[in-house]
Design a protein around this ligand. Structure first.
Ligand code: PA5
Length: 444
């Protein structure tokens, strides 16, 4: 099995009877998901997606990626939230944080995920003298951050290659039939890809939303989908031994014991954006009705030098989940140094991954001794196949976790509040009353 939840370090924090007691609720959640009878049941398109995805579109994605890889030095991917995090997470997990610097071929930069002028100016600088293409991704087609960046980048592209050629270099991933972006794409004749109606943003990485940028990075998207398909089968079985369900149960039991924060930690920097993706997945799915675990993350051993003190000794409000990647993309053999001037020869004659593993084992023992419940998600590697498997593991665990909490894991009503305030403060037509009210509060 490619992904497994190992709960052996949780034994002193959770008794077996606690799993037995909660399991009937898992059975109910499983039934609700399978017969589409639970909250948010119009957003369950992700469940069978690894098997039922649109094969014709999948082939078009591969062709588009091939074209971009052959005619562009740079691909700018504009999108935010679910229309951004998954793609970047998979690219960095499979190819590494420095893939743009190390690999030949098209460089991939993500934008449209901030309103920072500095960031946008830097993106513009990156395109200077380069042949570039744009993949604009927005399900609604109206998200401000993405639309604003796209407006600027589209003009940049048109100025650089002319409107006709620009139209061949803009790829729009959006709703099948509605929204401003879809209308614009149809009018201009841009190649378009679909965000399915029944797949929410945070569950969209294995649709065109993630697949086009991921394929452009040279990642094997067939293997990615195969991993997710195998996970779909494995975690489709209702059993107390289902690893995704065991993880969901663990989270809920600990939450009920007052552990309000989960820290997902990995000893591999390539996993940093997967951490961000996990935070969106669980944060948007569970954080509602004044309930939910707060998802946080660390990269160790880096963050042991910042968060380590708190985790070891601070208030006992959190539990940790480690992602243990069994086989690293590459290893490094540590040689002996003649004279041992730095005193590090005790580390020599072995691979660096062994040292990293000892750091993980030492941290597990220290933190559990310090009173932090700790579970481990074991993953064979960060290959495309295993990452696809892991994505589905988190999806399924998150859906069941949401139902165990009695929330709708597939909506995100809270995301709208800041947008309404921002629009009002910026004077968007239709928000006049709210503007006056907010300005009175700010100036009061
Ligand atoms: O998960 C979500 O639904 C959000 O994070 C969205 O993905 C994000 O707000 C971007 O939305 P859109 O794709 O409509 O631009």
């Amino acid at each position: 099995m490619s992904v497994k939840f190992n709960g052996k370090h949780l034994a002193k924090f959770i008794r077996p009877e606690e799993y037995d007691a909660i399991y009937p609720q898992v059975e109910l959640a499983h039934r609700q998901l399978n017969d589409h009878s639970g909250p948010g049941n119009d957003f369950l398109g992700w469940m069978d997606l690894p098997h039922t995805y649109d094969k014709e579109e999948f082939a078009r994605i591969k062709q588009a990626a091939e074209k971009i890889r052959s005619d562009s030095d740079v691909l700018l991917v504009a999108g935010i939230g679910g229309s951004y995090l998954g793609a970047r997470a998979v690219v960095e997990a499979c190819k590494g944080v420095y893939h743009n610097d190390i690999e030949d071929g098209v460089k991939i930069y993500f934008c449209g995920n901030t309103i920072s002028p500095t960031y946008l100016n830097d993106i513009i600088r990156i395109t200077k003298g380069k042949r570039f293409s744009i993949n604009v991704i927005s399900k609604s087609g109206t998200t401000t951050e993405t639309a604003l960046a796209f407006r600027v980048l589209r003009k940049l592209l048109e100025d650089s290659v002319g409107p006709e050629e620009a139209n061949k270099r803009i790829y729009a991933t959006t709703d099948r039939s509605k929204g401003t972006l879809k209308q614009l794409a149809d009018a201009q004749g841009w190649p378009t890809f679909v965000v399915p109606d029944d797949v929410g943003g945070r569950y969209s990485v294995l649709t065109a939303v993630g697949l086009l940028p991921i394929a452009c990075a040279g990642i094997d998207i067939d293997a990615l989908m195969q991993g997710a398909a195998d996970a779909c089968d494995a975690y489709g079985v209702c059993s107390p031994d289902n690893d995704a369900y065991r993880y969901a149960m663990t989270r809920n039991i600990l939450y009920r014991k007052g552990k309000l924060v989960e820290t997902l930690a990995c000893f591999e920097p390539d996993f940093a954006m997967m951490n961000e993706w996990y935070k969106q997945l669980f944060g948007e799915s569970e954080g509602k009705d004044q309930k939910g675990l707060m998802p946080t993350s660390c990269i160790f051993s880096t963050d042991l030098h910042s968060m380590g003190q708190f985790l070891q000794d601070g208030s006992r409000t959190m539990f940790e989940t480690y992602v243990d990647i069994k086989n690293t993309r590459e290893d490094f053999y540590i040689e002996e140094l003649e004279g041992n001037f730095d005193g590090l020869n005790f580390l020599a004659n072995q691979n660096m991954s062994v040292v990293n593993r000892k750091a993980m084992e030492g941290t597990i023992l220290a933190h559990t001794d310090g009173g932090v419940p700790l579970g481990v998600i074991e993953v064979d590697s960060l290959s495309a196949y295993d990452v696809g498997y892991l994505i589905y593991f988190f999806w399924k665990a998150c859906a069941v976790s949401g139902y165990l909490l009695s929330v709708n894991p597939f909506d995100q009503p809270g995301v709208e509040s800041y947008k309404k305030n921002m629009f009002a403060l910026l004077g968007k037509p239709g928000y006049e009353d709210r503007k006056a009210e907010l300005e009175a509060k700010l100036n009061g």
